[in-house]
Design a protein around this ligand. Sequence first.
Ligand SMILES: [Zn+2]
Ligand SMILES: [Zn+2]
Length: 391
Amino acid sequence: MEIKTYGANKIGGCITEIRSGNTRIIFDYGNNLDDSPQIDLEGLTYGTPQYNAVFISHYHLDHIGAIDRVLKDIPIYIEKTTKILYDIICDFQSKPRVNVKTFAFNKPITLLNDIKITPYLVDHSAYNSCMFVIDDGKEKALYTGDFRNNGYTGNRLLPTFEAIGKVDYLITEGTNITNDNTHIIRKESSLVNDFVRIIQKYNQVLVLMSASNIDRVTTLLKACNKTGHTLIEDIYMAHLTTTIFKTDNVNVPNPISYDNVMVYKPIYFNKKDTEVKDKYLNCFNDKNNSDMLYKPFIMNIRTSMLGDLRMFKRKHILTNSCLIYSMWDGYKQQEDIKNFLKSVKALGITIIETDIHATGHASKELLKEIIEITGCSKVYIIHSNLKANKN
Ligand SMILES: [Zn+2]
Ligand SMILES: [Zn+2]
């Protein structure tokens, strides 16, 4: 088995190639989170197809966002609910939908030369994230994708690694490997009380977060249940949470099964294609009314919702409002986020100084534990700020 990584020493947009005999497989093909150029590979994105399959670990764009560039004859495999969620993500983010094959957890997929790829569920800030065991009959590799053990399904992580047992090669994310404070990594569940402490002082609580961080949505609803605020999901988040509820029958906070979850339709959404609007805008009408904005609420927002906040100001909705930053602080370096926060402040909305966030990535201590459990002879660290060749 041969393993090659591309772009391993940056966070986001890394690619892993595993080759056994004539079979070549790619794991994850996403966009960079920085402004480095997209990695193109001969036989994957141009020329004659030379790869047998692309496997995607989860719906974060740094893992999946470039699959529309993959040559048409190469099959792309995605977990089945992730595929449905990614179609919604594409529609909302104006990206082309892509034809893919789907898989289910714990069910091996056999490719040419009897290479077996088995997907397992891992805890991460994206719903239904996967890791993969690749077995060519002689050797085994484990590709972790992004993972952690501090989310709501974190307690299942070590038992899964233990059940997989020994592998020859480990390809793991190392987002937090250069962070010396990972021993203080917080549990997602511990954020509930932090939110409660802040939101009980405000009537309009705006949360700058990833709409697809489903664990965080759960945290927000737990906080709302303690303070009596209504959870307002923007229409994008509402479609994601409702899809999970309908597809997997997992009762994540969604407007269909929770009385205290409402839906907001951002103004920018009216600029979308008619096709997208027809599909998404006329839903949840019974969960969307102007009254909800005049009672205490928490709402997820994004930079494209500045127009909505200005409208809230004009309509005297913002009586006692704050914004909580609730995602990776690396995004704060991005110009659009910087400008957005400035404009929010100018509207008289209090920006809460301390972020409320729990990482989606493994701590150093967890990485050490995984390396030990797998007993691997070689570790490839990807998705990290480590300098190259420090594997
Ligand atoms: Zn990632
Ligand atoms: Zn991720």
